[in-house]
Write a protein that binds this ligand. Sequence first.
Ligand SMILES: C[S@@+](CC[C@H](N)C(=O)[O-])C[C@H]1O[C@@H](n2cnc3c(N)ncnc32)[C@H](O)[C@@H]1O
Length: 275
Amino acid sequence: MEDNLLYSDADFRRVQNIAMREAGIWLQDTKRDLVESRLARIVRGNGCKSYAELLNLAESSGGSEILTKLVFAITTNVTNFFREKVHFDHLQAEVIAPAAGAIRKGKRFRVWSSACSSGQEGWSMAMSVMTVIPDASQYDVKILGTDINADMVKIARSGSYRRQDTDGIPEVLKKKWLLPASDDHLVFSGDICALPTFNPMNLNGEWPFRGTFDAIFCRNVVIYFDAKTKARLWERLSGRLNPGGFIYVGHSERIGDPLSCGLEPVSSTIYRKIR
Ligand SMILES: C[S@@+](CC[C@H](N)C(=O)[O-])C[C@H]1O[C@@H](n2cnc3c(N)ncnc32)[C@H](O)[C@@H]1O
């Protein structure tokens, strides 16, 4: 129990409903205590004596800002540069390198980090592109990063990271693309900054863009979704992949029935859109 703040099973069930309704996130019953500690700061920050009081505020007509903060607080944002490096090796060898010639002749090339958190995945994609095509910023090459948590998206956009959080970046790439921003922060600089764009977006809501992608990373996010939400998402993501394009999922995630959404597995966590 967080100090003297009142927290009941009914409060937890209300948060479960909010998480499902607002983000498609299914909070299992085992997350009861985690939710209590994640929300404690918001309960106190809004001068509430109980979780019920906060939830009433969040669901009142003027409560949308609190509701948004509540949803942000229940998201898990752990990430790092070149996480599951095998995916970036595959992206480089099987997607970027084969497309390089066409890109130089004007081909549109798009990669999507679809639950980008604070941006490490998107910036790792950008470094992968620049490694293969050093002049990529002159062509029609873009990386889109989206996440429901706008606070994380702000960090992604800044391109500024604590030194200790940049450990996953090989030294040679660090020297090439990052400059000291302060004693303890490094910031991306140079041509690479033309590639990524980061925007807040709910994967389970409307997608405010039309284009398709050569590769989509959807990693370590569907673990928070229920089966129906996952199935619908795979279908929608597949619809946004160019024929022959790839979708990458987290190491503990699988696309249940890939063929039914036009995908074929090429490894346990990489799927190709059937042409
Ligand atoms: C554990 S992080 C994964 C980050 C990165 N993809 C990786 O694998 O390192 C999960 C991210 O999914 C985001 N998320 C959760 N539900 C979402 C939704 N409905 N739409 C978009 N992003 C969501 C969270 O905000 C969080 O930043």
